[in-house]
Design a protein around this ligand. Structure first.
Ligand code: ADP
Ligand code: MG
Length: 225
């Protein structure tokens, strides 16, 4: 538990710093992107067009790294509303499905009837996206990822189950630490953001892993009133 608190403190600090400079960095990036697009439109050389596309792509990648931080600042107002988790999952399905299919992988939903929860929809989308991204990245083409929702005891479970290569014991201890990654192009922010979102929803996380895959389970409390 102490280790968890340390992660969250570090994450809050990083979040606040990034949120305060995020906007300032984004504005010039937007300007640069705009002019790159104009130059690209005037360009005759295919080779140069390729370079412009690469530059724009990289700017978008940088932008997508900043975005999650903006939502991590401790003083960010929570925007929870009574909502059904299944609806959020279904809204995201086309996007996730397209992501999976692009890589020759499959995705299935197993959604049971569940009571409404108090959710920040934008954050829950981010949570799902991060879990699914990780699952897909761990899997070979032809394998399947399943998103499940169901009732267990007094709570609702959201589970993301992949058929990836599993997580090594020494990696398990570091999950959720900001900037921890085992990937060449990883940011090590996906799970840190997930853990922070889970914490802000007073939910709990459990991870099961083995050679045939990994399951991330988030347990939400059902509102009593
Ligand atoms: P990133 O994906 O950028 O590496 P994350 O915070 O999303 O950062 O994940 C941190 C690390 O946790 C990954 O580098 C990987 O080693 C491990 N991990 C997370 N999810 C999975 C998964 N579903 N299967 C295997 N390893 C995982
Ligand atoms: Mg990730």
């Amino acid at each position: 538990f102490e280790k968890e608190m340390l992660h969250l403190d570090k994450l809050n600090l990083v979040g606040e710093m990034a949120a305060s400079i995020g906007h300032e960095i984004r504005n010039p990036m937007t300007t640069v992107r705009g002019f790159l697009q104009i130059l690209r439109g005037r360009e005759k050389s295919n080779k140069n067009i390729e370079y412009y596309d690469l530059m724009i792509e990289e700017l978008d990648r940088a932008n997508s790294i900043i975005t999650p931080f903006l939502s991590l600042a401790r003083n960010k107002p929570v925007d929870k509303a009574r909502q059904n988790l299944n609806t959020v999952v279904k809204t995201l399905q086309p996007l996730l499905q397209a992501d999976a299919n692009k890589e020759g992988k499959y995705m299935d939903l197993e959604l049971y009837d569940i009571p409404d929860l108090l959710l920040d929809e934008k954050e829950i989308r981010q949570l799902l996206l991060n879990f699914v991204r990780n699952g897909l990245e761990a899997m070979s083409p032809g394998s399947k990822l399943i998103i499940k929702t169901y009732v267990e005891h007094d709570g609702v479970i959201l589970a993301v189950q992949d058929q990836g290569s599993g997580i090594a014991p020494e990696t398990m201890d570091k999950l959720g630490t900001p900037f921890f990654t085992t990937k060449d192009n990883g940011t090590g922010l996906g799970l840190a953001v997930c853990y922070s979102i889970i914490n802000r929803h007073n939910a709990r996380i459990e991870v099961e892993t083995g050679p045939s895959g990994t399951t991330f389970m988030v347990k939400f409390k059902v509102p009593t009133d």
